[in-house]
Design a protein. Structure first.
Length: 172
């Protein structure tokens, strides 16, 4: 009987190993419009930015230098939406690269509303500091940015977060 289990386990391991020449980048998936795209171009593989939080699915106007953002409302009075010029770095539940933020919106600004924010509802961020100006600078053309949203409960506990979205602006 022991030989049978050994054979069964050996067969399982052999079949699950696959060809060692396979590349993760060669795997394809189906995009939202039904086209096959390589995995490395598919940005939805990211995990939520904050582990253990309730997921927020964020929709962003495609390829715009002044995008709009939408998500299903969750009833949180304390939301933060940010656009980074580099990938979001975290240490636990703390963002360690706030100087990479170029634009932000939060529910305390008084413009926009939870679930629907225009780019003009937010503010510019320079060197980690929110700019005093009410004018908002559009995102640089033909550039890659990283976008995320997160929210807190009434006791300011981090409860919600999106994935990190890779976002490319338009060519002009």
């Amino acid at each position: 009987m022991g030989g049978f289990y050994f054979l069964l386990i050996s067969l399982f391991l052999f079949l699950s190993c696959g060809d060692s020449d396979e590349s993760y980048r060669e795997v394809e998936t189906v995009s939202m419009d039904g086209m096959l795209v390589p995995r490395d171009d598919y940005t939805q593989l990211q995990n939520q930015i904050f582990y253990g939080t309730i997921q927020i699915d964020l929709e962003i106007t495609p390829k715009s230098n002044i995008p709009s953002f939408a998500w299903r409302t969750i009833g949180s009075r304390f939301m933060v939406l940010a656009v980074f010029e580099d990938k979001i770095d975290l240490e636990g539940k703390t963002i360690t690269n706030p100087k990479d933020v170029v634009w932000t919106w939060h529910s305390g600004i008084g413009k926009g509303r939870e679930g629907n924010v225009s780019f003009s509802d937010g503010v510019d961020v320079r060197n980690g500091e929110i700019a005093n100006s009410t004018a908002v600078t559009s995102l640089e053309a033909n550039s890659i940015y990283y976008v995320a949203i997160w929210g807190y409960d009434d006791a300011y506990n981090l409860m919600y977060s999106s994935k990190e979205y890779k976002y490319q602006t338009s060519l002009r």
